[in-house]
Design a protein around this ligand. Structure first.
Ligand code: HEM
Length: 422
């Protein structure tokens, strides 16, 4: 990869290639600039698909970067579908990946609806209450440990990553002794493009498949136990038939678990880390939040998710020729929905780069656009971010974050490491 100092500056749209890995190594400021140029185009830019060693290149994709296009595409899943190669990757997912990564996020109705129904029913009010209480206990312990460790430690691994990991594992019934195992595999799955997690790009496919297989084996072993002796956890409700006689098959459970671990862990972790950095860079907003920690939390959390946009994009495939907001899309082409860019669209957000915890309205698409795939964990994620910051602001109000070490990825806006002082 080209070193940052050697990269030519981006002067016009002609200098932008979202499929070039080099682009994703640029600074956040250059990325902001590039997406602003793309949003100013009347017709979305069209790119060749990235070249990867283990999947064929398709017809290419339109980069949807404006808020209105993302809402419209999300609302029309019959035209912009998530199946047929997957929503979580630009190139079509090779068949051998489907076993582990072919979960509902990469499906269309009616299969998607069936899975979402089974899974959503397992999130009963009793279970939601239970995990809300667990989030508070977990966040409080994390802050106890942070205070015991002292300043200078890595905020990402010591604070931000711990809460979502514990919450997901507890929900599923995964014991604490396996947290480290789950954490490492989920880092590989979403951080495979970063040399810290997979050092040789040639090894990416094997690393992904191995991590998927290992997580699947972990949850399937647990499922066998829960079929014999159900407990109150999510695994028990998913493998034993519900009132309508529905349950997940072993493969469905495996790929759903992988989706939950990855979607629930990496995203919330990155929102918390990004939020900490935003508060450090914007002491006026931190002061405002400190004046009314509970009252200002809902607005602050939405604003953190908007600017963090932990999931940079999802893609859809065009099922039939279609005109949307004046532009033509042809069957077989793809569209990539850049949530990160839509959340900075000044047609919708005044002064979009400003961190404003009182922003209202705040119609961000950090959890996806309106439609069948809207984030299943949005409620839980909001809860985790709220509780984590409540604990931090009350008990460590002087905490500040250092310079973030960013994940090298086009898909996840991630922070790998970041020191904190207090
Ligand atoms: C700040 C944290 C989070 C962010 C930014 C986020 C973002 C997203 C986005 C953008 C989608 C839309 C996918 C699409 O339209 O194709 C999505 C879907 C999903 N998310 Fe989240 N998510 C977060 C937290 C969570 C948590 C905590 C969980 C699990 C408990 C979770 C589970 C899921 C699942 C299962 C889906 C797929 C839903 C479906 O296909 O029907 N997410 N998320």
């Amino acid at each position: 990869m080209t070193q940052p100092a050697e990269r030519a500056p981006i002067r016009s749209v002609a200098d932008i290639d979202l499929s070039d890995w080099d682009f994703w190594g640029r600074s956040p400021e250059e990325r902001e600039h590039a997406f602003r140029l793309l949003r100013d185009l009347d017709t979305p830019a069209f790119f060749e698909e990235p070249e990867i060693s283990f999947a064929p290149r398709g017809l290419g994709y339109h980069a949807l970067v404006r808020h209105e296009d993302i809402l419209e595409a999300s609302r029309n899943p019959e035209i912009f579908c998530s199946g047929d190669g997957g929503a979580t990757n630009i190139v079509d997912m090779p068949p051998e990946f489907t076993e582990y990564f072919g979960s509902m996020i990469n499906m269309d109705d009616p299969r998607h609806a069936r899975l979402r129904r089974i899974v959503s029913r397992a999130f009963t009010p009793r279970m939601i209450k239970q995990f809300e209480a667990d989030v508070e206990v977990a966040a409080s312990r994390i802050v106890d440990e942070l205070l015991a460790t002292g300043p200078g430690c890595d905020f990402v691994t010591e604070v931000a990553a711990k809460l979502p990991l514990k919450v997901i594992c507890d929900m599923m019934g995964i014991p604490e002794s396996d947290y480290g195992f789950v954490f490492d595999r989920s880092n590989i799955i979403l951080g495979a493009s970063d040399p810290e997690y997979v050092s040789d790009p040639e090894d990416v496919a094997t690393a992904l498949l191995t991590a998927g297989m290992e997580l699947q084996a972990l949850v399937q072993d647990l499922a066998a136990l829960r079929q014999e002796t159900p407990t109150g956890d999510l695994t028990s409700s998913l493998v034993n038939a519900n009132l309508d006689g529905e349950r997940l098959t072993a493969q469905e459970l495996g790929s759903f678990f992988i989706l939950l671990v990855v979607a629930g862990n990496e995203t919330t972790r990155n929102a918390i880390s990004y939020g900490m950095r935003l508060l450090t860079l914007n002491p006026d907003q931190k002061r405002l939040w400190l004046e009314d920690v509970d009252g200002r939390a809902p607005g602050a959390v939405e604003e953190i998710v908007r600017l963090a946009s932990p999931v940079n994009y999802m893609r859809r495939k065009v099922t039939r020729d279609h005109v949307m907001n004046g532009n033509r899309y042809r069957a077989g082409e793809k569209v990539v929905l850049y949530y990160w860019s839509a959340n900075r669209d000044d047609r919708v957000f005044a002064d979009p780069l400003r961190f404003d915890i009182a922003r209202d309205p705040n119609p961000h698409v950090g959890f996806g656009g309106p439609g069948p795939h809207f984030c299943l964990g949005a409620h839980l994620a909001r809860r985790e971010i709220t509780v984590m910051f409540r604990e931090l602001l009350r008990r460590v109000p002087t905490i500040e974050a250092g310079e973030p070490e960013r994940l090298f990825s086009s898909f996840i806006n991630g922070t790998k490491h970041m020191t904190c002082e207090f």
